[in-house]
Design a protein around this ligand. Structure first.
Ligand code: GLY
Length: 387
């Protein structure tokens, strides 16, 4: 009986949203995405570097060691997944291969972003055995940054005059690589590290209103938090928009991969905070504590949230319809002329108006490769819902 009710509920939910869903112009956006990325491929041909953003009006390319290096190959894998065109597969393979040595990178926590967005998508789509090995090595490299006393993976090593063991909310995203490695190999140490990190983040990163701090610095001798502050947000007590997006995505992913309801409950609380504070057009300002139109929006945060909301809407809670609606509305907004570049413009990135670090006065109101990546990921999720 409960199963029958659930099926009826899902059917009603689906029929309610499918008409709205059709209003996301997935095919025309993906056409623009292909035009833009075709042009980017021509521009970077032979350079062995990866596009990240625009700086002083010029395309900025980065080395494979840059934290954003996995997003461009990842976006190419998404174009292949969407179109089935072998041309995108060849490009995705080529630009993923620039990151081969990153499997041994232990300089910060970002290896999950770098390798799982590139090779992780490549393995999911092709089942290439070499990619599997690279990913398992990458997960091992990430685990070298885990300290059992703290129960977290250390995010950064710099700023040691101030921080002893900094952990940032973004780090939740890197746990997906560890959970993949656990499911793939059966080695429970990957699982234990991911769960310990998520549990300590759940305990120490969130405020009463379920907004998140950006940085929590731990004392590695006692394992206790010693400083809670921001690096990319407005202030230590504010809610940096992309941080909220990483938290939403990270804890939704933790529920998907572990089935533990406590992660779903936290993801829903984060979702409530976001939905309560997000502006009408569903694209946040760079920090939730600013609300003036003179402040830049952050399309990257919106794209990450859209992708997470699609997943969160699948878990049958009473708010599923609300989350699906949020994902759709964000994609509709990002697909409007306010955020979506015209072909040939925006240095061939897809989305305009993201922010890297406003306090760092870097990448303000620019395109970013990860905005494009999560936008495409969310569009693919929307397109699967329509099939
Ligand atoms: N992980 C860095 C950022 O979100 O800007």
């Amino acid at each position: 009986m409960r199963m029958l009710l659930l099926i009826i509920f899902m059917a009603v939910l689906w029929s309610n949203c499918s008409s709205e869903n059709k209003t996301i112009p997935i095919d025309s956006v993906m056409k623009i995405a292909q035009q833009q990325y075709n042009a980017l491929l021509v521009e970077i041909d032979g350079k062995k570097l990866l596009p990240r953003t625009i700086e002083k009006g010029e395309l900025k390319l980065v080395e494979p060691e840059d934290w954003t290096s996995g997003f461009f190959p990842g976006a190419l894998w998404y174009l292949y997944q969407y179109s089935g065109d072998e041309k995108w597969k060849a490009a995705a393979e080529k630009y993923s291969s620039l990151l081969e040595d990153i499997q041994y990178f232990t300089g910060n926590h970002d290896i999950g972003f770098m390798m799982y967005c590139s090779y992780g998508n490549g393995y999911r789509i092709t089942k290439n055995k070499q990619y599997r090995e690279l990913l398992i090595q990458s997960a091992k490299s990430l685990c070298t940054r885990y300290n059992p006393k703290v129960g977290c993976i250390r995010s950064w090593d710099w700023n040691q005059k101030k921080w002893q063991y900094p952990v940032i909310i973004d780090n939740m995203m890197n746990l997906e690589l560890l959970l993949w490695a656990f499911h793939e190999t059966g080695d429970s140490s990957f699982f234990k590290i991911a769960v310990a990190h998520a549990d300590n983040t759940m305990k120490n990163h969130f405020r009463e209103d379920f907004s998140t701090y950006h940085v929590v610095d731990y004392d590695p001798k006692t394992g206790q938090p010693r400083i809670k502050q921001t690096w990319q947000g407005l202030s230590d007590s504010s809610a940096w928009a992309r941080g909220q997006a990483w938290g939403l995505y990270g804890f939704t992913m933790m529920y998907r991969e572990t089935g533990n309801l406590k992660y779903l409950k936290l993801a829903e609380k984060i979702a409530e905070f976001i939905l309560k504070h997000i502006p009408h057009d569903m694209v946040p300002y760079w920090d939730f504590d600013v609300d003036s139109d003179s402040e830049p929006r952050d399309a990257s945060a919106a794209a990450i949230m859209a992708s997470a909301f699609f997943d969160l809407s699948k878990y049958g809670s009473e708010s599923s319809g609300k989350y699906l609606n949020a994902a759709i509305k964000i994609l509709q907004s990002l697909s409007s002329e306010k955020y979506l570049a015209k072909p040939g413009e925006n240095n061939h990135f897809i989305l305009m108006h993201s922010v890297g670090s406003k306090p760092g006065q870097s990448e303000i109101d620019v395109p970013l490769n990860y905005a494009d990546y999560y936008y495409m990921e969310a569009l693919l999720k929307a397109s699967r819902r329509m099939q």
